[in-house]
Design a binder for this molecule. Sequence first.
Ligand code: PLP
Length: 961
Amino acid sequence: MNPVDSLTTLPIEDFADRHLGPTESEVATMLAALGYDSLDALMNITIPEAIHLTEELGFEAVPTEEEALARLRQVAKRNQVVTTMIGAGYYGNYTPNVILRNIMENPAWYTAYTPYQPEISQGRLEALLNFQTVVTDLTGMDIANASMLDEATAAAEAMMLARRQSKVVGDTFFVDADCHPQIIEVVRTRAEPLNIKVAVGDPFADSESHEYFGILLSYPGSSGAIHSYESLAAAATGRGALVCVATDLLALTMLTPPGEWGADVAIGSAQRFGVAFGFGGPHAGFMAVRTEARRSLPGRLVGLSKDTKGRPALRLALQTREQHIRREKATSNICTAQVLLAVIAASYASYHGPSGLLRIAQRTHLLTCAAAEALEEAGFTLESQNFFDTVTLRTPGAANRHLADALKAGLNLRAHSLDAIGFSCDETTTAATVVELLSAFGVTRSIEQVEAAAAAASETWSHLPQELLRSSDYLTHPNFNSYHSETEMLRYLRRLADKDLALDRTMIPLGSCTMKLNATAEMIPVTWPEFSQIHPFAPADQTEGYLQLIRELEDSLARITGYDAVSLQPNAGSQGEFAGLLAIRGYHRSRNNPERDLCLIPASAHGTNAASAVMAGMRVVVVATDENGNVNLDDLRSKAEEHSAQLAAIMVTYPSTHGVFEESIGELCKIIHDHGGQVYVDGANLNALVGVAKPGEFGADVSHLNLHKTFCIPHGGGGPGVGPVAVGAHLAPFLPNHQQRSDAGPGTGPGAVSAAPFGSASILPISWMYITMMGDRLRKASEIAILSANYIAERLSEHYPILYTGRGGLVAHECIIDLRPLEKAVGITNEDVAKRLMDYGFHAPTMSFPVPGTLMVEPTESEGLAELDRFCDAMISIRSEIERVASGEWTLEDNPLVHAPHTAQEVGGDLWEHAYPRSLAGWPSKHQTESKYWPPVSRIDGGFGDRNLVCSCPPVEAFAE
Ligand SMILES: Cc1ncc(COP(=O)(O)O)c(C=O)c1O
């Protein structure tokens, strides 16, 4: 071996080289296939010159994982982990370790995509069905959806659902003043653009108006108080108002569920079912309704259907309610939700089972009783004698002193006002915690005394209203009664994960979704206690690390996009859109132009755009696209002209949803600006732009970004996400803010759009790590993403038409394969191809968006040449299969495409009646002989499930052979 001098001075390893799939020589091969000799040459043709950046982003390089993690450790250390009894919708709990390791930290779960292709998503669909069952059983309602973005937005969605369902003509929504403050704030933010009035008050004194189309109660209240609402609910129903209830799943193991006393809608958060505080998120919100309202439910809903063999099979139900189909008429703009967190919450319920959950609830309650009674004995006054886990004390003039004393004892409590202080117990509370809590109030008790008091309280349960003690069963299904040992749980989770196809097995070439590497080093900090164990309303001086992380990330995103200010509060792209449109609305109003309420949206836009515009109080006018897929400038000009006086904005995706860098973007911005409108660039496609162009510099005023695409937050099977909104300086005063944290946004902002001041803060370290480790090589990532898409387009273009290209016949970071001509000629559809890809071990590309009958492919920069080729080979092989149908060798009724995907049961079964061999069905290419993924069900009949709606765990007999 030769001596090497410089080895010790070289960095150990460069993260970017691990993140980027193709090696330098593979890049050269791909370029050669396209006829270019350098990436620069390719970029110079692909990216319009007018927007192409020449200078570097200028990030400092921290290329190794270890160094970046060490830096983040220093940031994390500035957060203080303190025993937290603040409550207010966020409670301490333990994520069972078997769930932590096998879901939260397991790429088989966290790298999966939204289950739009149900045959390869049965595992997470079952977990989501479990979640829906947890919610319906505990709330006593008929049907629950598969998660909401958080509790406060769920309350706002309940308001909108009530508006849709109620016949009351009045325009006021009543909200119980004892809801968590963030619920009231988000409801107000969402009501304002829709001209809904919000009346906040005491339900017993103030809710009896014929003007109210809906009322929102809190059960238990934010103060802890529990009231019986049965007659109040009946009266509201009698007036035609919908009765909505913000509730707590753990409390409902002991209390009569709202569905049994007259509620129409129940909402809340499943956070305390095994999900850490995370400085406010992500957590799964929930919503449950009565059967009559099922078509009004927002968000995703999992339902049971059947496959071609009649086997029970799960898939997303009633999708015609959703934004991707109904656009501006959708029930909500929700797209990415909180799947991973819903899966954790459901698994927590499976692991503990009904009796385990009840034990946790009882223990929590009894320790609360012990604390409350000791304080009362010492002379403190309780706001309410009825409570579950939360107590508010009247402490005239002394709340701050008690707060400070508690802090000295290492406890965070909740200051309601100068005269009232509160605390909440939870799963992590022990008798020792109660001893410390009491000592902060100058009350001395021993652990034994606390334990004895808790035991005594269990003799009467007198702090729960006796008429509200729960008598109905819940979670009787085997999925909540079979996995209580760690062995069983481990195997159940493994069984579910094995049913699904995630990034840990194969590339997921979903256009518009950017399923790129979610590096382990990026994921590791999420579960550090300094990030996970921080309550969103912890004192600011305990959260300095978070604030540093947030500011650094905001700065980086501003630098990348060319905007002046960024808010990280929106917890999905859809919420970023809403926040961005609110900023535009605020801007026009500040200039005395409230009449500017019209939003132009190209026909090819993502469904969330139109749905968000409606939520922001705007009217939608659709702009046509031309034959090349570009925004039709003539139509744009004429619509801008026609609506000039009311023009608020245009929402345009860049590069376009057709995967093209439209040359006319500068001109488009000018037309809109000339008519006094603002330009909203949907930044979901930023993976083609980072380091190569900046929307804030090429004429746009605002964008949302999807950190769960471009910036490596894993998709989680359908969430969580973060949808920061980035704006020019003139829109910065209108970014979201939060009443409970003055540094969360400008005082002039429209209010909160998410429950927590910084949204889903605990997953921000992922994007921070990505940007820190990539530095200026972020640009290279965009370039490779563009190269890879063009390479695929080039390889497939001989076999399939590629729709829409830009200059030089090139695409941006994704390409659309047009299957319509083949469908017309042969009868094979894009769905057949998508399902056949499953037999080849692939997740299908995006189907029928933005163009029906097509497949949109986005390979990202993280796939090496071998994987890109494997995908192209599969597509080419499928093309030859289509040819065999075209030539008459196989009939249209019996060929491997229309019967795809094939299950192991069929291929290995005794009966085989197809014209093509079993081997071709199950092992269509060499790769499957080395590594075979078997979809657990064959093609699913979605319509059957919609006609026979079942959205909670069916009886086990349904699964009998
Ligand atoms: C172009 C585009 N805009 C907006 C969104 C909405 O983002 P989210 O799913 O995070 O709400 C998406 C998500 O798929 C998208 O592709």
